[in-house]
Design a protein around this ligand. Structure first.
Ligand code: ADP
Ligand code: ZN
Length: 736
């Protein structure tokens, strides 16, 4: 190898491969570098926030290299999802975990041995099991191994939030397969966990890529919680333009809000640990498949949910700490489209959380939890850029205010409250720094409560000097003084106000006090990040969504597996009606073009006709454009295809071949497809009866289309994809 092949130019066609397999035009920041690294057989640690695009970092190389890529993931629900998505892009991926039947496992394993499978998802406990290790050795010798991708790599660390002991054993991979590169991936940002990953997994001189944790497409806001809150929530859900998650602190609240929303005609379901496993799984599934729009949940919901098109995450109650808030709100907008994150805040929640914390057995834990709660309160009450506070928490600096949070877009007015502050602090002093905020405010407002009279606090000079301000205003000032460190509060569970040096400076008139008045925070403002669509685009979007839903249901996959929200939006705006135009949509790769191009452009064309919008006549589409041009460039048959051919020539049926080779029938059929395209001697009449061939061929020619979906729609569901696939291949062969 010459030095030149190791430069950045070594892989000039990565963008082409990206478009071909995934339909994207460009890499996100860092993806290309990570991919190049792994293609050069070097280890990598990839730290990217949720939705950052980690999966692509190992998925694309898996397709470009010889051998099998093994992906370790602890989240079984997510595995299936990823595999569905990959298969919908025409990529041979599979998974092995405890949800599969014995037969399914056998056929997956056969596909591994035959080199059919490019990407295998596996749970860590299975990976380290002796049986699987044996299989891995076999595969490594026959097909070869390309890479180990360790997803959720923070699970190796006791310092992370999700330690799993079986992850520790992954270190054996390095010993057993020292030549195979390892890619570790995580969304956890702390330095400590990162170090642990490097050591535990024995990464060797890895590329370390840490992406910014700034999720620019998310709009953050905090809204005061009061009696009108439910109405605001209902409104927000109605105008969200997509799926929403509403997080609540308790199961009771979850049930309550879910049923109120249902009564108000919103498709909402509850999710919490009090529901049975079956109900939970079912509700989750219905949310993922877009059968319902809103999931009302406790924080039990969300781990391993890969739904990219959540448009709104609402915390009905205050989250416990900033780290969980970042993770939970981060479930919005994984697809990179604008999304909104709202926290409803009332001081009453603080008391509830504080009570929960006091139930923790360990005092050290309590202390940490209280400190984290304090940071959360600071976030909720802050008048500076919310994003800056979040990123600061992860040690990341945001040089400019973000312009996509409530405080940046409508900064609260600042008022000089020095005189009020002086009154407040003197009152604390007169009460000898032995009382909490409520008592101080009572004295200021001249209360005649029993307690005040008993203590003789009605005779203090500060009694009644603050009648001109409401309780809420005094509370606002009190908390603002705490945040500005001009006042202290004891943290031993009995919050008592104490003065500090700053307090005395204020009282002596050496420091002035400004308070941000949270007016205008009351109304949830509409984010400017959501650009208004034209009326037609919005209407077309509705039709495309329901088409997507129908196609997804037919295949038993979530709608976003068919197309991402952004892809549909682009279609609605650009209204592509030809194969070339459709292929330009971001998210349309060769497989999606072939599988869905016809049916989506048909829908778009019909919509345009109905609405007097420009229409491209099908007759005007150049012959050079086709929805499945790429099918002709099939790769030549390999050894495994030849074995199938030989068995076919020995007189075995497709079913028998599948059984003997312990693979699925569809796998065998795909072998035949490739053999037919390559002009090998396959006796088609033995695979598909001649009468049925005639019907399928006629459909291809009438429709002028080789989309298997469109053909099946046309001739009826008694025809299955296997037979259609073979006849299409034969037809294509005859056209060459
Ligand atoms: P993560 O695993 O980091 O949470 P994913 O890998 O699920 O994130 O990616 C989030 C979303 O971004 C997915 O819908 C994915 O298809 C999309 N995506 C990834 N890379 C790109 C890219 N280069 N261009 C456009 N979309 C991308
Ligand atoms: Zn901001």
């Amino acid at each position: 190898m010459t030095a030149a092949s190791t430069t950045a130019q070594a892989f000039p066609s990565l963008e082409k491969a990206l478009k071909h397999h995934f339909g994207y035009d460009e890499f996100r920041h860092g993806q290309r570098q990570v991919i190049e690294t792994i293609l050069k057989n070097r280890d990598a640690l990839v730290v990217m926030p949720t939705g950052g695009g980690k999966s692509l970092c190992y998925q694309l190389p898996a397709l470009l290299r010889l051998g099998l890529t093994v992906v370790v993931s602890p989240l079984i629900a997510l595995m299936q999802d990823q595999v569905d998505s990959l298969r919908d892009n025409g990529i041979a991926a599979s998974y092995l975990n405890s949800t599969l039947s014995w037969d399914q496992v056998r056929s997956q394993e056969a596909a591994l041995r035959s080199g059919e499978t490019r990407l295998l998802y596996v749970a860590p406990e299975r990976l380290v099991s002796p049986g699987f290790q044996q299989l891995l050795s076999e595969v490594s010798q026959s097909v070869g191994l390309a890479c180990f991708a360790i997803d959720e790599a923070h699970c190796v660390s006791e310092w992370g939030h999700d330690f799993r002991p079986e992850y520790r054993q992954l270190a054996t991979l390095r010993q057993r397969f020292p030549q195979i590169p390892i890619m570790a991936l995580t969304a956890t940002a702390t330095q400590r966990v990162r170090q642990d990953i490097l050591q535990q997994l024995r990464l060797n001189d890895p590329l370390i890529h840490v992406a910014s944790f700034n999720r620019r497409n998310l709009y953050y806001e905090v809204v005061p919680k009061d009696r009108r809150t439910y109405g605001t929530l209902l409104q927000q859900v109605k105008t969200s333009g997509g799926p929403c998650i509403v997080y609540c602190l308790s199961r009771k609240r979850v049930d309550e809000i879910a049923s109120r929303l249902q009564q108000d005609g919103i498709a909402a379901l509850p999710y919490h640990a009090g529901l049975s496993d079956t109900t939970r799984t079912e509700n989750q599934q219905r949310f993922i498949r877009d059968d319902v729009q809103v999931m009302v949940a406790t924080i039990a919901f969300g781990m391993g949910i890969n739904k990219p098109d959540v448009r709104r995450v609402i915390h009905h109650d205050l989250p416990r700490n900033l780290e969980s808030y970042y993770q939970e709100s981060g479930r919005a907008g994984r697809d990179g489209e604008a999304a909104r994150c709202t926290v409803y805040y009332s001081y009453a929640d603080v008391a509830t959380i504080d009570y929960l914390i006091s139930q923790k057995p360990d005092e050290g834990e309590q202390r940490i939890a209280r400190q984290q709660l304090r940071q959360m309160i600071d976030y909720a009450e802050s008048t500076v850029c919310r994003r800056r506070i979040q990123l600061g928490y992860f040690g990341e600096d945001l040089p400019q205010p973000c312009d996509n949070c409530d405080n940046c877009l409508s900064p609260p007015p600042i008022e000089d409250w020095t005189v009020e502050a002086q009154k407040f602090l003197s009152c604390v002093a007169r009460c000898r720094e032995r009382f909490g905020m409520t008592h101080i405010i009572d004295v200021l407002r001249g209360s005649k409560k029993q307690k005040i009279l008993q203590l003789g606090h009605d005779r203090l000079s500060t009694h009644g000097i603050g009648k001109d301000r409401s309780v809420d205003e005094w509370r606002l000032l009190g908390r603002s003084l705490l945040h500005q460190r001009l006042l202290e509060e004891t943290t031993d569970g009995y919050p008592v106000l104490k003065l500090n040096a700053g307090s005395w400076q204020v009282m002596r008139g050496q420091l002035s006090v400004e308070v941000a008045i949270p007016e205008g925070l009351g109304q949830a403002t509409e984010s400017p990040a959501t650009a208004p669509d034209s009326l037609e685009a919005a209407q077309l979007m509705v039709r495309l969504r329901s088409l997507r839903k129908r196609l997804a249901d037919e295949q038993g996959v979530p709608p976003y597996v068919v197309f991402a929200e952004s892809a549909l939006r682009q279609m609605a705006q650009q209204q592509p009606q030809t194969p070339d135009a459709f292929a330009q949509i971001s998210g349309v790769g060769s497989r999606k073009l072939q599988q869905y191009g016809q049916i989506f452009t048909d829908e778009i064309r019909q919509f345009c006709q109905e609405n007097d919008l420009p229409v491209t006549d099908t007759a005007d589409i150049p012959v050079s454009e086709s929805f499945n041009g790429s099918r002709r460039r099939q790769r030549p048959p390999s050894e495994t295809h030849r074995v199938t051919l030989q068995m076919h020539q020995e007189g075995l049926s497709a079913d028998e071949i599948a059984q003997q080779r312990r693979v699925k029938l569809t796998t065998t059929v795909k072998h035949f497809e490739r053999l037919i395209l390559a002009g090998e001697a396959v006796e088609l009449d033995r695979l598909v009866s001649p009468e049925r061939q005639v019907v399928i061929r006629e459909a291809i020619e009438t429709l002028n289309n080789r989309s298997m979906y469109a053909i099946r729609e046309h001739i009826g569901l008694t025809y299955d994809y296997n037979e259609i696939r073979l006849v299409v291949a034969d037809w294509e062969r005859s056209q060459q």
